[in-house]
Ligand binder design. Structure first.
Ligand SMILES: [Fe+2]
Length: 404
């Protein structure tokens, strides 16, 4: 069954993982072991297919050599071979992929990687949002498209959990036994720390291999060695990566509180004072950190940080019912009259001098008779919004204006 239908407002993680339940996933597989969830060919209908992909890629200014990459024989294709220098939407010159050049390289066996596609359509936002809600993490999706059985990537591990959503064609994934112990994006704990020979050596024996078909999902906990090889011509999968907060992030959260304690702002002892002094300072600060970890305010801040640790996927809900206030002039007897140095606003109930600088705005109001606050503000951009609102409310209190 498709997980997305037109007009649908939410895709749940349960929809995506079905027939596996969310409970079973988190109990048995999450952060534990890889999982293959076979699906029906229509599972990702409306989420991604050739026509959706063509539409996305054809939106030229959305792409640059950074967001749309090509790989051939495990090497990145230089941008100059498939891009031209063009102005992007913010007016900056960027290397922009040219469809004909990209297609030519695909014919030569290149794989296409479209990065950061998780905001690019409603179903993609919903899928990413469903994972973020359940993971309390940040989701990011890249799309991989390849044409023949040349390997774009060698055996490697990722520093985030991966869900491969298989869209088109067939691809063999090999999952190896070794799981690196919770790698993160850190110089000593990421994929680039090792040479290809080291990767081959430490990936271990084959744990299992699986041919992914459209509708299938493969879950790989971070650190699990894997590689993939297209077995049919024209394969597409979306790799959804999930980054959660880790223990190290607590250090940052604690720092925010520690800075309020003077002990953390005092100079460390000079080396001449000897190691023993430094040791006692270290012990004292350690105790203070331990105290902070038991502080309910620190816990509350951490929970708050975690609950908001996701990308903003808020959507537009146009048309809106305008909340902009409408004003009408309370009659047509109001006039601006010059009286020596002052300008008076006269009306049926008498005259009042108007504050300096408000002659223009009041003349505008008398001429327009019926207007929206927004129109008044944009006609008087030099007046701060607060001052403009005060004038409108003063005129209302004087009975010159009435709200519609
Ligand atoms: Fe990977």
């Amino acid at each position: 069954m498709p997980i997305f239908e037109d007009g649908q407002n939410a895709i749940t993680l349960a929809d995506i993982l079905a027939p596996m339940t969310e409970e079973e996933f988190f109990k048995e597989y999450y952060d534990k072991k890889p999982l293959h969830i076979p699906g029906t060919a229509d599972k990702f209908k409306g989420v991604m297919d050739w026509s959706i992909l063509n539409e996305l890629l054809s939106n030229g200014p959305l792409w640059s050599a950074k967001s749309l990459g090509l790989q051939i024989d495990k090497q990145a294709v230089p941008a100059a071979l498939y891009c031209e220098s063009r102005e992007d939407r913010s007016g900056t010159m960027v290397m922009q992929p040219i469809a004909a050049k990209v297609i030519d390289l695909l014919h030569q066996g290149a794989s296409l990687i479209a990065n950061d596609i998780d905001m690019m359509s409603k179903p993609l936002r919903q899928i990413a949002g469903a994972f973020e809600g359940a993971y309390n993490g940040k989701a990011q999706a890249n799309l991989y498209c390849s044409w023949d059985s040349r390997k774009a990537f060698s055996s490697h591990f990722d520093t985030h959990d991966v869900f491969a959503l298989h869209i088109e064609g067939e691809k063999t994934w090999r999952v190896f036994e070794t799981r690196m112990p919770h790698p993160i994006r850190h110089a000593r704990h990421s994929n680039g720390t090792y040479t290809e020979a080291q990767h081959m050596e430490q990936r271990g024996n084959l744990l299992f291999d699986v041919v992914l078909k459209p509708g299938d999902i493969l879950y790989l906990p971070r650190g699990q060695y894997h590689d993939a090889l297209a077995v049919s011509s024209g394969t597409v999968h979306i790799a959804l990566g999930l980054v959660s907060l880790v223990g190290l992030d607590i250090m940052d959260a604690l720092k925010d509180f520690a800075v309020e304690d003077e002990a953390f702002r005092v100079n460390l002892p000079r080396l001449a004072q000897g190691e023993a002094v430094t040791r006692s300072v270290l012990i004292d600060l350690g105790n203070r950190i331990q105290k902070l970890t038991k502080d309910p305010k620190v816990l509350a801040a951490l929970v708050q940080y975690q609950s908001s640790y996701s990308y903003d996927r808020s959507q537009y809900t146009l048309p809106i019912v305008s909340a902009d206030k409408q004003f009408n002039l309370a009659g047509d007897q109001f006039r601006l009259v010059k009286d020596k140095a002052a300008v008076l606003l006269t009306g049926p109930r008498g005259s009042v001098p108007i504050p300096a600088g408000s002659e223009g705005p009041i003349a505008w109001i008398l001429a327009n008779k019926s207007f929206r606050r927004g129109a008044f503000l944009s006609a008087h951009e030099r007046i701060p919004a607060a001052a403009a609102d005060k004038l409108l409310s003063d005129l209302q209190a004087m009975g010159v204006l009435k709200p519609a």
